[in-house]
Design a binder for this molecule. Sequence first.
Ligand SMILES: CCCCCCCCCCCCC[C@@H](O)CC(=O)SCCNC(=O)CCNC(=O)[C@H](O)C(C)(C)COP(=O)(O)OP(=O)(O)OC[C@H]1O[C@@H](n2cnc3c(N)ncnc32)[C@H](O)[C@@H]1OP(=O)(O)O
Length: 361
Amino acid sequence: MQILTPHVYWAQRHGEIYLRVELSDAKNLDIRLQENNTLQFRAQGHGAKGDNEYKFNLEFLEPVRPEIEHKSTQRQVDIKIKKQEERWWDRLTLQEKKPLFLAPDFDRWLDESDAEMELQAKEEEKISKISVESRVRKDPYLGLKKGYLFMYNLVQFLGFSWIFVNMTVRLFILGQDSFYDTFHTTADMMYFCQMMAVLEVINPLLGLVKTGFFPAMIQVTGRNVILFVIFGSLEEMQNKPVVFFVFYLWSTIEIFRYPFYMLACIGTDWKLLTWLRYSLWIPLYPLGVVAEAVAVIQSLPIFDETRLFSLPLPAVLGHSLSFSYTLQLYLVIMFLGLFINFRHLYKQRRRRYRSRKRKVH
Ligand SMILES: CCCCCCCCCCCCC[C@@H](O)CC(=O)SCCNC(=O)CCNC(=O)[C@H](O)C(C)(C)COP(=O)(O)OP(=O)(O)OC[C@H]1O[C@@H](n2cnc3c(N)ncnc32)[C@H](O)[C@@H]1OP(=O)(O)O
């Protein structure tokens, strides 16, 4: 048998040398480092000149470690050698003239600055992994917290879905007639969901979620004023079509927001659901505030008439101060609340899409 030289391709990193020997189905591999820092390769296989014995020697530019890793596949033999010192080499071999059988491995090739960036990225990844692991280790109740949040979001999702489906089915069957008894058919579930929603103000206070306390407070208080004070305490309001629009707008966002949070609890993210959670509020929030404002305005004469919640006044100032004045002030606060939460949601949307874009590049 003739002894031939295979084609050898090489690339380096600061700490390693990679060699790719073009020899398929290599057998009887004998790869060793000789004392003079020379790699000796010998094997039988199928190379450029067919089935044969192939060999080559490479005397490295700088000292390498004696342990050599190699893997023979059907197509090639991959060799990894560790440098004694982590340093960029100007060339592979001690002899200046490049051996004819040796060429750069362009699949693996990086120049020094690219290799440095790769090294840096690996370091950063290692550091962030360590910090995530230590954060997880630091909080022994993380599983419990996630479990609680998951259950909370699931219950809210089921509640609002029930309201949404119920209203939609009734709308298809009864048409506009369904507007008038929305309250009687769905109020109990809405009471339950909105009472539970108070937890959304408590959760950020306990550090369970990253939500700001103030936006959550505005959201929950705003809705509960409408539900419990305007609709709940005035029977005259309960069969007005405005109830339908308010409940429909509230539940439309929630059937997307809560599943989005459920997925976040298990570290999952569905692009379409995320987009809906961070986009649907753009039309729904102003519409919701307008519907709520209509409900408040419609309730003003009823409060004037019934004197419900009116404030007793000394006789010289008149009989009592109607609750409708408080509600007129509330109308102004409502649009202030709309502005604060609209800005908050806009920032959350920008933060979400900006950080995702950064992750992609
Ligand atoms: C002080 C008293 C003031 C009283 C003032 C009264 C004035 C009231 C006027 C207000 C008008 C209200 C009108 C309103 O009722 C109309 C409507 O609702 S119409 C329908 C449309 N509505 C909406 O779209 C709003 C829906 N609501 C919300 O989006 C939230 O309630 C809000 C607080 C506004 C914003 O949510 P948040 O700040 O939580 O943003 P994110 O969703 O981005 O979440 C931030 C991170 O926290 C994680 N998180 C949050 N909650 C949970 C949870 N339950 N479970 C798990 N994880 C949660 C979330 O995943 C984010 O994490 P990361 O940053 O890692 O992604």
